[in-house]
Design a protein around this ligand. Structure first.
Ligand code: CTP
Length: 405
């Protein structure tokens, strides 16, 4: 097969390692070649011979073999070469320990070294005891890896080897194979494109120390910028005041108010083939901004508000051939309100999110609906914002192809 791609499969030392034999089969059935790397601990759960027999490739177990230094050096170089030529790095099962190593950038065994040397997409399927999965250290490591664009195939809930029932069970093999396929399919599909993303809240000043704002953390917009850059786009990220680190390769323009964001968007819209307006722009601002701090002794201030410019609508007025994506945060009637907003704002795709609950504002997860102007509707179950970013970009790319056809 000319377009066969190679999955570098890292297997780490958890009981779910026994499932890696089936996983190899499932990846092969999906058309991929598999090169496996087993950590030392993984070899206690499944033998390299089992995996080598299935993959047809020698299994990499570690960098050094004391018996024959020359042979070891030769094979280590060959192995690194294999690792670098792979198309995707999948770690399944990924232990809490390996997630921690990846998050920190340690390189003290073959797999963690390959992770640092590898430039392609990373898919992680964690499996561990529930308490380890829920531990803040693991949560923080996962958040760091997600921010860097790793795809996490969330573990399921079920009976665990330790006898308890909870989350931490390796995801279904089909879901892991799907994540690998989508990571491979999306590689480079935004090359030669420019994506303008707005993210975060805006702040509307009352006086030099006080402002009106909202709960947006910027995570969704930053996940979109990160994913677009990973897919090869030039990314212009117009960010309100947030604490998120700039995703690798993005050109970031920091703004504070809706008026500043409006200016930055109109200035750069002409360069963009996609504009994704994920910012939670304040709808109102104080009509007057006091030049000096309002003093209590002067009595209650009379606040009168005015509307901020609608950035999405202004972008729609200059839409041209670009794909315009808006967001609708709704407490009620998600689909109906989302569709109405899609039309009134004049965009190609509306991402409708329910407000409240465990997803959305200031959360790591998001859910909702993708409502496209061509009538297509997709429901998205709760998922990481990185994954949601991938789904939104997939849909935006589909619409662009349709517009070009
Ligand atoms: N938006 C914008 N400029 C504004 C307000 C909103 O560009 N001044 C954009 C947001 O970035 C988002 C979309 O419009 O992509 C929808 O935001 P939302 O607050 O849900 O819409 P509103 O028009 O403010 O509607 P609502 O009456 O529900 O507040």
């Amino acid at each position: 097969m000319g377009d066969q791609r190679t999955v570098l499969l890292g297997v780490t030392g958890g009981i779910a390692a026994y499932k890696s034999a089936e996983l190899v089969r499932a990846l092969q059935a999906d058309g991929h070649a598999v090169q496996a790397v087993l950590t030392k601990a993984a070899t206690k759960f499944i033998t390299p011979l089992t995996i080598a027999s299935l993959t047809g490739n020698k299994v990499i177990t570690d960098l050094f073999d004391d018996s024959s230094p020359d042979e070891t050096l030769h094979s280590a170089i060959a192995h690194i070469d294999v690792a670098q030529r792979a198309d995707v790095l999948l770690v399944a099962p990924a232990t809490a320990d390996m997630l921690a190593k990846f998050a920190l950038g340690l390189a003290d065994d073959f797999l963690s070294t390959a992770h640092l040397a590898f430039r392609g997409p990373l898919v992680l399927a964690p499996a561990m005891n529930t308490n380890m999965w829920e531990h803040p250290a693991t949560r923080e490591n996962l958040a760091a890896l997600r921010t860097r664009g790793a795809r996490i195939v969330e573990p399921g809930v079920g009976e665990l080897a330790c006898g308890t029932v909870g989350s931490g069970r390796l995801a279904e093999l089909d879901d892991i194979v799907d994540a690998v396929r989508s990571a491979l399919n999306s590689e480079g599909d935004l090359r030669d494109e420019c994506v303008l993303v707005t993210a975060g809240p805006t702040r509307e000043a009352l006086d030099p120390v006080r402002y009106i704002s909202n709960r947006s953390s910027g995570r969704m917009g930053f996940a979109l910028a990160n994913e677009a850059a990973r897919r090869g786009a030039r990314v212009i990220l117009v960010a309100g005041p947030v604490t998120q680190p700039t995703p690798p390769g993005c050109e970031r323009i920091d703004v504070e108010s809706a008026a500043e964001m409006h200016r930055a968007v109109l200035q750069h819209l002409g360069e963009a083939s996609f504009a994704v307006m994920a910012a939670a722009v304040a709808d109102y601002r104080p009509e007057q901004q006091a030049a000096s701090k309002l003093k209590k002794r002067d009595g209650l201030p009379k606040l009168s508000l005015e509307e901020t410019p609608d950035i999405l609508q202004s972008a729609a007025a200059h839409k041209g051939g670009r794909v315009l994506v808006g967001f609708a945060a709704e407490t009620d009637d998600l689909e109906a309100n989302g569709r109405r907003k899609l039309q009134s704002k004049g965009c190609d795709l509306m991402v409708a999110n329910p407000v409240g609950g465990a997803t959305g504002f200031d959360s790591e997860l998001n859910q909702g609906m993708l409502l496209a102007a061509d009538g297509s509707t997709q429901r998205l179950a709760p998922m990481s914002k990185a994954e949601m970013a991938g789904r939104i970009l997939d849909e935006a790319i589909r619409l662009r192809k349709r517009m070009a056809a």
